[in-house]
Write a protein that binds this ligand. Structure first.
Ligand SMILES: [Zn+2]
Ligand SMILES: [Zn+2]
Length: 133
């Protein structure tokens, strides 16, 4: 298989956006609108994974001297992979808002904060009395 075949446009499984290949010819495996990906690759572009699970952008990383990258975690099998962002792609740059969103939600604690009003506990111990006979 030639490498050109692997660098195709695709439709985002998360938000439905049409995703075009990068103008620079490097492989893009995530959606520029929502930054989600799909677990099809072991290494970027190789399509060697048969998982196919949705991959959520969980945090940003920037190795020293390298470009900003996003870490995806597969919701099906839990594997993580790092992918370079393409915020300066001339054709279809990664959405800066989505990138900022990932950055804002990248908490050290992996448990996402539950809304305070969303408590499953019922309001304190008032119990209806059994009817008198
Ligand atoms: Zn998307
Ligand atoms: Zn997976």
């Amino acid at each position: 298989m030639s490498r050109e075949c692997e660098n195709q446009s695709f439709t985002c499984a998360h938000c439905g956006a049409g995703v075009r290949p990068l103008a620079g010819g490097s492989y893009r495996n995530h959606c520029p609108q929502c930054l989600w990906s799909v677990h099809v690759d072991v290494r970027p572009g190789d399509r060697a994974a048969d998982c196919g699970g949705p991959m959520r952008p969980v945090r940003l990383v920037q190795p020293r001297g390298k470009r900003l990258a996003v870490v995806h975690r597969c919701l099906t099998c839990g594997v993580e992979s790092t992918n370079r962002l393409a915020v300066d792609d001339p054709m279809q740059p990664d959405c800066a808002l989505a990138v900022a969103d990932v950055q804002a939600s990248a908490l050290p604690n992996p448990i996402s904060g539950a809304a305070p009003n969303d408590s499953p506990l019922e309001r304190g111990g008032r119990r209806r009395r059994p009817p008198r006979r």
